[in-house]
Design a protein around this ligand. Structure first.
Ligand code: SF4
Length: 334
């Protein structure tokens, strides 16, 4: 029997990349998937964090390789060559990095080309025709990226010119409506198709403000700094120090887990309330104010002092404070 030709798919948990895989499988290709994680996004575009990527790959019957773009991604985010979208989302540079990772896998397994679930005109920054072209160029994959859902609307790719795929088998989907995709999902027997993703965390305006603040004051943030951005209420005291106040029990636990030896943790001793973290080289100077803000978000009485524990590394001490007035700290909120 003739061996099937291989194709690499950039797989997210979303519907579009699943459909792209199905289309290629139906055309006789063996598809292997690459799923990309970044510090801001679990998989591909689409708020993929909740999607079960392994399960998706299993259901599709494809091998899965997960690639984590960590420090390189953070480095890129400092000065993305193609700029940002409406938030802090460097979609073109981000997609180029994702395709580059896919290209590596393509070369490793001797695949013919690479596919993705991108749909022409679906996303403002990275899915209009010139952007798709730029992404191909930047990732060194000119002519080798097939977007099966929209490929019949795009210039022919290398595999099409070589006769590996035919235009009549490719999709003509354009824009943000999901009508065609949902119809295809039904035809392919995809049950419970996931909702459309809205882009990763970097597209979220409130989160983008936090990211901008972080990059303004820290030249190269760590993934720990970034994980901290995803939770709590944030306050910038000065160029060196910030405070993060947990919003619930889970966040309190995460704050404790993310605390570094140099961070200061604050918690009311006798009242239910948040755990807070002060990070920065002069963290020590902000304990009293941080303590007052921490009490404000808990059950401590408004007008009398309460005691908080201060923990730095393994050393514990105490401080007493009165809950801060909103007018005193709102200006520091990020
Ligand atoms: S929304 Fe943009 S920046 Fe975020 S993962 Fe998708 S392509 Fe990358």
């Amino acid at each position: 029997m003739e061996e099937k030709k291989k194709v690499v798919a950039l797989l997210s948990g979303g519907l579009d990349s699943r459909l792209a895989v199905k289309m290629m499988q139906n055309q006789g290709f063996e598809v292997e998937a690459v799923a990309i994680k970044t510090p801001f996004c679990d998989f591909d575009c689409g708020r993929g964090c909740g999607f079960e990527i392994r399960e998706t790959a299993d259901t599709l019957g494809v091998k899965l390789k997960t690639v984590y773009l960590g420090d390189d991604y953070i480095e890129m985010l400092k000065h993305p060559k193609h700029g940002f979208g409406s938030g802090m989302n460097p979609c073109i540079d981000c997609r180029s990095m994702m395709f580059e990772a896919g290209k590596k896998h393509m070369e490793e397994i001797g695949a013919e080309f690479i596919i993705s679930g991108e749909v022409l005109g679906q996303r403002p920054m990275s899915q209009h025709a010139p952007a798709l072209k730029t992404i191909e160029k930047e990732s060194g994959l000119e002519g080798k990226i097939v977007r099966p859902l929209s490929a019949a609307l795009l210039p022919p790719t290398e595999p099409e010119l070589k006769g590996l795929i035919k235009r009549e088998d490719l999709g003509k989907i354009r824009g943000r409506s999901r009508k065609d995709q949902l119809k295809m999902a039904q035809e392919f027997g995809i049950e419970n198709p996931p909702n459309a993703g809205g882009g990763c965390l970097l597209t979220d305006p409130a989160f983008a403000i936090r990211v901008k603040d972080l990059f303004k004051y820290i030249e190269t943030p760590t993934t720990n700094d970034i994980d901290l951005l995803k939770i709590g209420r944030h306050f910038r005291f000065d160029k060196d120090a910030k405070l993060v106040v947990g919003r619930n029990k889970d966040e309190n636990e995460i704050i404790k887990a993310l605390a570094l030896d140099s961070d200061i943790l604050l918690e009311a001793k006798d009242h239910v309330g948040p755990i807070s973290l002060i990070r920065g080289k002069n963290a020590q100077d902000h304990i009293e104010f941080g303590a007052a803000i921490t009490l404000r978000y808990g059950d401590a009485p408004k007008d009398t002092p309460s005691v908080l524990t201060i923990q730095k590394n393994d050393a514990k001490s105490e401080v007493s404070a009165i809950p801060a007035l909103e007018s005193a700290y709102l200006q520091y909120r990020i």
